[in-house]
Design a protein. Structure first.
Length: 268
């Protein structure tokens, strides 16, 4: 919880990025923020005990606030690691807004943050989207209707399939999260990082502004599952791995990404 004597910086966003052994992805994420962000901001990067070249890179970036967690501290992974890292970032936040942004996310539109802030006025707790699935609507509906695993999850847990604004790229009013003593990860619920937080905001009567996948894609591109695919310690389906690697190859060979990755001045 922030010190009550500290004055919150109005009109400014703290962007929190969690890194775990993904040097190129995190470099691209940070440099794209630097390239396309005009609204006042600061960046906190929480490193989850990487102890590799990605941590060395982060130590060299002059304009971020780096919070390092030791490998010994990381006794769990997945939602716990990511959610508890965002909680550390939120605790260090002293600005009007707090943004959770995945390290496998690329910003590609100037003015993106200003536009998201406009969608999160004083009576709105957060704005963002769900899964960034850009398939045709009929295909998404068909999948939902034939997904028996989803039905089984719903039978086991009524909250399992409820919509929530995901931490891929989500903007929150920090005063609301801190006043309500919100967390990004609640171990007792076993829900994905950020889900319990969103459901509790709704339960307590707060407004949220939900953007469609197509609206979110105007600002960002998300390389889903990239962190897991790039780290062999995580297991992913063969189909997911193949799809993600193809996306990575396509993105990193694109002119816009090549230009960003070659511009070392974005680190200083």
């Amino acid at each position: 919880m922030q010190n009550s004597n500290q004055q919150v910086e109005r009109g400014k966003v703290t962007i929190c990025v969690v890194n775990y052994k993904t040097e190129d992805l995190t470099r691209l994420c940070l440099r794209s923020i630097r390239q396309y962000t005009e609204y006042p901001y600061e960046v906190i990067v929480v490193d989850n005990g990487s102890n590799d070249s990605s941590l060395e890179y982060l130590r060299s970036v002059s304009w971020i606030k780096l919070i390092e967690r030791s490998p010994d501290e990381m006794k769990q992974n997945g939602s716990w690691a990511h959610g508890s890292a965002l909680d550390i970032g939120l605790k260090a936040c002293n600005t009007e807004y707090f943004m959770a942004l995945h390290s496998d996310t690329l910003v590609h539109k100037k003015g993106w943050l200003s536009e998201l802030v406009k969608l999160c006025p004083q009576d709105t707790a957060c704005t963002g989207g769900g899964k960034l699935d850009l398939k045709p609507k009929w295909e998404i509906i068909l999948k939902q209707c034939t997904d028996y695993k989803k039905w089984l999850r719903q039978m086991r847990d009524k909250n399992a399939e409820k919509f929530y604004i995901r931490t891929i790229c989500a903007l929150y009013r920090s005063d609301i999260l801190k006043k309500e003593k919100m967390k990004f990860y609640y171990p007792e619920t076993k829900l994905t990082c950020g889900k319990q937080l969103y459901l509790e905001l709704l339960e307590r009567g707060y407004k949220t502004h939900v953007l469609s996948p197509w609206q979110m894609s105007e600002y960002i591109y998300h390389l889903a599952h990239a962190t897991m695919v790039l780290n062999p310690e995580f297991s992913v389906r063969r189909r997911t791995e193949k799809k993600c690697k193809k996306q990575l190859e396509r993105i990193f060979s694109s002119p816009i990404v090549k230009e960003i990755m070659q511009d070392g001045s974005l680190d200083s």
